[in-house]
Structures are given as C-alpha cells and as structure tokens.
Ligand binder design. Structure first.
Ligand SMILES: Cc1cc2nc3c(=O)[nH]c(=O)nc-3n(C[C@H](O)[C@H](O)[C@H](O)COP(=O)(O)OP(=O)(O)OC[C@H]3O[C@@H](n4cnc5c(N)ncnc54)[C@H](O)[C@@H]3O)c2cc1C
Length: 185
C-alpha cells in the first residue's frame, strides 16, 4: 500500500523523486542526517521535520524553508466573508465555542493558525473523563470530526493579527487574511 506523501507526490508530480532506504543498511547516513524517527523530512541535507505532521503544517514548513513565489501569494487580500460568530482558535476551547454557536443556528466560522492547538503536541492524555487513554493527534482528529458535523466554515493556517471592534461591524485582519467583515445580526 502506498501511504507516504513523498511516494504519492513522486507519482503525480514530475518535480518530486522518491528514494526508499533501509536505515539498518546505511547507519552512517542516518546518523549524519540526524534522523531519530520516521517519517523524517530532509531538504538540502538538513532535517526539516521528524515525526507525524499534517499536510498543511508541512506546507507551511516547506514554504518557510524554500520561500514562496510572490505572484502566487496575491490572494492575501481577499475578503473571506461575513459571519455572525468568528471563533479565533482551533483548540478544544475554540472548537467547543464554534460547535455551540452553530448549534444555536448562528452563521459561524472558526479561524485557527493550527487546528487542534496544544493537543497536537500531546502524546498520552489520561485525564479526559470517560476516555481512559487517547493521544493528541487522535483527539485533534475527533475534534475536527465533531466540528465538521456542523455547518462551521473552517479557516486553517491563518493568523489573526488585529481585531477591530466597531459599533456595527467587527473586522479581523491577519495573514493570509487581510480583511474580514462581520455584519450585525
Ligand atoms: C505537551 C503538552 C501536553 C499536554 N498534556 C495534557 C494532558 O495530558 N491533559 C490535559 O488536560 N491537558 C494537557 N495539556 C494542556 C492542553 O493541551 C491545553 O490546556 C488545551 O489544549 C488548551 O486548549 P485551548 O483550546 O484553550 O487552547 P490551545 O490548545 O492552546 O489552542 C489555541 C488555538 O488558538 C490558535 N491561535 C492562537 N493565536 C492565534 C492567532 N493570532 N490567530 C489564529 N489562531 C490563533 C492556535 O493555533 C490554536 O488553534 C498539554 C499541553 C501540552 C503542550
């Protein structure tokens, strides 16, 4: 079964190559690259990331490393729409707030730099009552599943830089969002 992103990308994109090596046969190479776990992402002989990572987080890391083409980032100044409730933050708190807002029939959006929040960095979680043991990425996946069961518009990988509270309109600005208008109910 093909499941590694690098294999998939190599299959569909001519700019990607995939080489599979068995670390037990080339321990010197593993040591020189500083690989301690899999999957490991290496760019220009530098360890870019080790361990599980979401596709969006990986894109952000790759963009930070390789840079982006200015022409392709022109979508930065788009209006993402108007909502009655905009929740900033996609951890457990923000997810709950968005779900409850949607359950009350409010037009809701959730905007998060990193969906799942700190939960994504947590290994074992043993104090969530009724769930004796879970792990961060699994809990984050359940948060996402629960959220997407409701009509909540999810904006990921966006950082709010500024919130302007006005009399009849609230505006949120940030990256890659530059302007977001909220109409009064
Ligand atoms: C390593 C680790 C282990 C932990 N283990 C446990 C445990 O076993 N049990 C336990 O109960 N708790 C544990 N915690 C704590 C728990 O994860 C937090 O209490 C919980 O995640 C807080 O949830 P939250 O939604 O309030 O905030 P967070 O999870 O911090 O989420 C904040 C959200 O806001 C977003 N955000 C922040 N600023 C902006 C911005 N400007 N624009 C857009 N988005 C923004 C973030 O991207 C994120 O989505 C652990 C935390 C860590 C780091």
């Amino acid at each position: 079964m093909l499941y590694r992103p690098s294999i998939r990308w190599a299959l569909v994109h001519p700019d990607f190559e995939h080489e599979m090596i068995d670390g037990s046969f080339v321990p010197q190479q593993i040591e020189s690259l500083g690989i301690q776990g899999v999957p490991s992402i290496i760019a220009d002989s530098k360890l870019l990331h080790s361990g599980r990572i979401s596709f969006l987080d990986l894109i952000v890391k790759l963009e930070a490393f390789f840079g982006t083409i200015a022409a392709n980032t022109s979508s930065a100044n788009i209006d993402l729409g108007a909502f009655e409730v905009v929740v900033i933050g996609g951890g457990p708190a923000g997810t709950s707030a968005a779900i409850y807002s949607a359950r009350k029939g409010l037009k809701t959006a959730l905007l998060a730099e990193r969906f799942g929040g700190q939960v994504q960095d947590t290994k074992g979680i043993e104090n969530l009552i009724s769930i004796p043991y879970t792990e961060g990425p699994e809990l984050a996946a359940h948060l996402r599943e629960h959220l997407t069961a409701y009509p909540v518009t999810l904006f990921e990988q966006r950082r709010v830089a500024k919130v302007d509270i006005k009399l009849d309109t609230n505006e949120l600005a940030g990256k890659p969002i530059s302007k977001w208008l909220k109409n009064p109910p």
